[in-house]
Design a protein around this ligand. Structure first.
Ligand SMILES: [Zn+2]
Length: 334
């Protein structure tokens, strides 16, 4: 007996090598040992879900899988939704049986159940990327968003704005999941290392932005007044001074107020000049116009209204520079 134990131990203590797991499209049967090791490390090698739990709810309840919503079986069973995916997932049929909790037709064919688990995870992730762009998926994610299950932006002046998961690629195996903040329009690494095993492609590049288009009430308004002026009180748009100022019944146009404060670097209380070599360049990228009226000064092509230039290509630069003064950070803060 002792000898047998000795023989069995070394493979289990093999160091963990591969970084990517599950989300790797190149999963091949040859890599089953490494895959099994990784799965062991994740703590779901003995993964056969208990009878009452579906594979999908079990998968979504694993540590690190908190960002996933549960894809409905109807969606997975509709082959139209899976177009093109079967070429990306090895052991497609077996993975499908696992995800849908169908008894395998011929379990002898499967060399190792952990391979199918990796395929099932990849398959579920890729289906998930598509599902969260549908109405049902967006609603499911909205519920999680409202409950704060994706966490908050780490940037101080975003005032704990809720974030959504996103990917930097729609192809699996390239990058892990990131978090997008609608307030500062930037992406962040999730705060816990448990998310470093989750492929960003399982959320994709479109979801975050489609989400805030679909639910504008979750997105911060694109304007912000540091002085706290009522945004509806002022109308500065040129040319219609004779008309009564439009008063929006909803002060933020259906959106929530922005957390618009921008950090100001200071040395002994003096602002670091924007022209200093280490100065705060491009601060205006995070600034917002103070009143909604300023947003209406841009037409649908992004040109400033009232500009004399007819040439679209040319007025891009000149106009941009001229009106950049509106975004001068010095005027906006103390
Ligand atoms: Zn933010």
């Amino acid at each position: 007996m002792p000898r047998q134990q000795l023989q069995q131990q070394p493979p289990q203590q093999e160091p963990l090598k591969g970084e990517a797991h599950g989300g790797d499209a190149n999963v091949v049967p040859d890599g089953d040992e490494a895959m099994e090791e990784e799965v062991d490390q994740e703590g779901y090698a003995s993964s056969t879900p208990t009878s009452s739990l579906t594979w999908i709810s079990w998968f979504c309840s694993l540590p690190g899988h908190e960002y996933f919503c549960e894809v409905t079986e109807d969606f997975i069973e509709d082959e139209f939704n899976l177009t093109g995916l079967n070429s990306m997932v090895p052991f497609w049929k077996e993975a499908m049986e696992m995800v849908l909790d169908v008894e395998p037709e011929d379990s002898l064919k499967i060399p190792d159940v952990s391979i199918v688990e990796a395929s099932a995870e990849l398959m579920y992730g890729l289906i998930h990327q598509r599902y969260i762009l549908t109405r049902f998926g967006l609603n499911a994610m909205a519920e999680k968003y409202e409950a704060g299950q994706f966490g908050t932006c780490p940037r101080v002046y975003c005032l704990a704005c809720h974030v959504v998961p996103c990917g930097r690629s729609d192809m699996p195996g390239l990058d892990t999941v990131k978090l997008y903040c609608p307030n500062c329009n930037d992406i962040f690494t999730p705060p816990s290392s448990k998310f470093q095993g989750v492929d960003g492609a399982f959320f994709g590049t479109t979801f975050a932005h489609l989400f805030f288009q679909t639910f504008p009430q979750f997105a911060p308004a694109p304007y912000y007044s540091p002085s706290g002026l009522s945004t509806s009180a002022v109308s500065r748009s040129p040319g219609n001074s004779t008309q009564p100022a439009f008063v929006n019944p909803n002060p933020h146009g259906g959106q929530k107020p922005a957390a618009g404060k921008v950090y100001t670097p200071k040395i002994y209380g003096f602002r670091v000049s924007e022209r200093a070599k280490s100065g705060p360049r491009m601060r205006w990228l995070r600034l917002r116009p103070e009143i909604p009226g300023e947003l209406d000064q841009v037409d649908w092509r992004g040109r400033w209204i009232g500009s004399d230039d007819d040439e679209y290509e040319e007025d891009d630069d000149e106009d941009g520079e001229h009106h950049m003064e509106d975004f001068d950070p010095v005027g906006h803060n103390r």
